[in-house]
Design a protein around this ligand. Structure first.
Ligand code: SF4
Length: 349
């Protein structure tokens, strides 16, 4: 993760937008900015941020204000419960902490209207505490960067994203690290047409490499994708790789692939190796099964492909007659699906 963090930090320090709450370590200012920006675009939020701080420059003044005054300053911003909750929380801070913002995550999280995201933002930016923030921008960046197929709107998904965000966090500079990831999502890794060519993480990005940026993040309405289990047999000998042309009228028609054993359910590697298709294909051949790859998930718009590669060395010149014999040096001339292209690259072709 170090490489990701370094690239992100360098980019952030060059490219971040100058915003008034940036580089502030005042928890009150950070709180105000985070709450205003929850449902609001930065440009509109800026004016409210300045007006709010002018009218209520600190927790005490906010706590002692009338609710109508707070709502008035909030007018036009919508989601008025945000303003009411802030007012309530300010009173709590005044009553329980003598007007000083609490400095630990749990106490911050317990304030009215402050959820995981805002608590992590305040804790990390104001107090350098190692809590990762996960907002819509972060979901989008992480899902694309690592090709995470888990839905972001499920509780399992949220858990997974939180733990990955936590791993990404530079705990020596958590505030800057969190802001860098959010900024990347806000100005480059946009929902539509992200600026991948300007992205500091492009070379490491799963979605970019697989031309599947629009497939991420995955939402639950996409969760009912059909699952398919593709077991590719990478058959090779000293000079050749053996291919077949994909004739099926579904995906990747007329592209080339390794001999395929597809199952509708998740078969174990042993089950695949004992299947009729395997026995028929490899009958009477002198071969060595060298490696079975871990499963790779490849998402298409309505299908989730579970892909595994079996690397099989043919120990003499015999091979299945119906397969196309491709010279290793010419393999790159054949159009192949992206997962096979990636596999061939890994194998040094
Ligand atoms: S390369 Fe593109 S999709 Fe990947 S993280 Fe960067 S902007 Fe997002």
């Amino acid at each position: 993760m170090d490489e990701y963090r370094k690239a992100l930090t360098v980019w952030y320090n060059h490219s971040k937008r100058e915003l008034p709450w940036r580089d502030s370590h005042d928890p009150y200012n950070i709180w105000v900015s985070e709450v205003i920006l929850q449902q609001t675009r930065v440009r509109q939020g800026l004016e409210y941020y300045h007006n709010f701080l002018k009218k209520f420059p600190n927790v005490r003044i906010l706590a002692e204000a009338k609710e109508e005054e707070v709502l008035k300053v909030w007018q036009g911003l919508g989601y008025y419960s945000r303003a009411r909750n802030m007012h309530h929380a300010a009173k709590t801070i005044l009553a329980q902490y003598e007007g000083e913002f609490p400095e630990d995550y749990i106490s911050i999280r317990n304030l009215k209207g402050i959820g995981d995201y805002t608590a992590a933002a305040i804790a990390s930016i104001a107090f350098s505490l190692p809590y990762a923030v996960v907002d819509g921008n972060v979901f989008r960046v992480l899902s694309r960067l690592f090709g995470i197929p888990t839905t972001i709107d499920s509780s399992a998904g949220k858990k997974e994203f939180y733990s990955i965000a936590q791993m990404m966090l530079d705990t020596s500079r958590p505030g800057e690290s969190n802001q860098a990831l959010m900024e990347l999502g806000a100005i480059l890794c946009l929902p539509d047409q992200p600026s991948c060519l300007n992205c500091p993480l492009m070379k490491k990005c799963y979605a970019f490499a697989n031309q599947s940026v629009s497939e991420f993040p995955v939402r639950s309405k996409q969760a009912k994708q059909k699952g398919r289990y593709l077991n590719y047999l990478y058959l090779y000998n000293e000079e050749h790789i053996f291919l077949e042309k994909r004739e099926d009228k579904d995906i990747w028609r007329n592209m080339y692939q390794f001999p395929l054993i597809e199952t509708s359910d998740p078969f174990s590697a042993e089950e695949v190796a004992n299947s009729d298709a395997w026995i028929t294909l490899l009958a009477n051949l002198n071969f060595t099964l060298e490696i079975i790859s871990p499963e790779i998930i490849h998402l298409l718009s309505h299908q989730r492909l579970h892909i595994r590669f079996f690397t099989i060395r043919l120990n003499d010149a015999k091979h299945p007659d119906h397969l196309l014999v491709a010279g290793k040096a010419e393999i790159s001339r054949y159009p192949v699906p992206k997962p096979i292209e990636n596999f061939l690259i890994q194998m040094g072709h």
